[in-house]
Design a protein around this ligand. Sequence first.
Ligand code: FE2
Length: 384
Amino acid sequence: MEIQALGYLVFGADKLEDWTDFATTRLGMQAVDRGAGLRAFRMDDRRQRLVADASLPAGSRCYGWEVADAAALDALAGRLDHAGIAVEHGSAALAGRRCVAGLIAFADPAGNRLEAFHGAQIADAPFRPGRMISGFRCGPLGMGHALMATTDMARGLAFYRDLLGFGVSDYMRAPVQAYFLHVNARHHSLALVEAPMDGLHHLMVELYSLDDVGQGYDLALADGGERIAATLGRHCNDLMTSFYQRTPGDFLVEYGWGGSTVDPANWVPTEMDAVESYWGHHGLMRAIGAPEPPPADRRPGGGCCARRSRSWTATTAACRAPARGGMRRRRRRRSRPGAAGRRGGRARPGRSRAEHPCRTPPGRRDRRHGTHGSEGRSCTHPTS
Ligand SMILES: [Fe+2]
């Protein structure tokens, strides 16, 4: 697989001043002067990661997927061409605007514009955040993840998984169809969720500190809370603690901390069967146009609580006892994503921990306890 990370996102915008205020004072990004009609924002040592472009129609996006070098870009272009995908070789002028050495552009089956690039430029000066944050977790994990709604999951999977080589981390066939795909150790750099429309639902950016997220949440509350599309909560697949903010555009930003990592070479996809988070994220389903799930049973030993990992349950004595019992009798479901046969089981309040698939099997490294790998940082997740 040539693609290594989500490197940048360019989007059409008509409220550039609003974007500058939001990206700097709320998200903590650094605004960079790129001339009239363009607002670029830094998240790390690169010259830009997020770009609002007034010359593009509102609602348009360019997803920048990074490859290692020019040879990898050529190989990807050749493979796309062989598959009948039209490939446009980016001009030097376009590469300059994207601050990369070279790029190609093509479209996914839904018509989303994708760009693959190599040689991202590094800024001359250190990253200076727009507000006091510890920094964004980027590096080899890329700038975050994108969740894209798709009207045709089979077509989307054939493109991203089978043609581009994205790996499946988790997937869900019911109550909604969703696939979480990785291209590096980040649990997912792309999520596809079947919906009545195609397009970007949210961009996730991850902070190095939970305090950064909490302070961002406080800022959103101080604004009256209208910007909050989903409350602070913790996901049960990538374990991200996050909240969702409305932006000056028509997509959301998930602002998170503590996402898990995967080992792409050995990862075994897991089927999920529940949409709710461990806690919080109220309003998220409404934000994607789906009804809110019924309140989960969060009693120790049942519902959401039953899905918590050993490391997570160890933080609360109430959860510890049922977790141990579950370890002895659990039945873990695994199957190849896309395999025939839909299971009938759905999340039910009070279902046993033994039945739930969102757990770490014996002998496999606990996702919550892996180091952050090549970033060279120690894991900051709760430990037992
Ligand atoms: Fe997300």
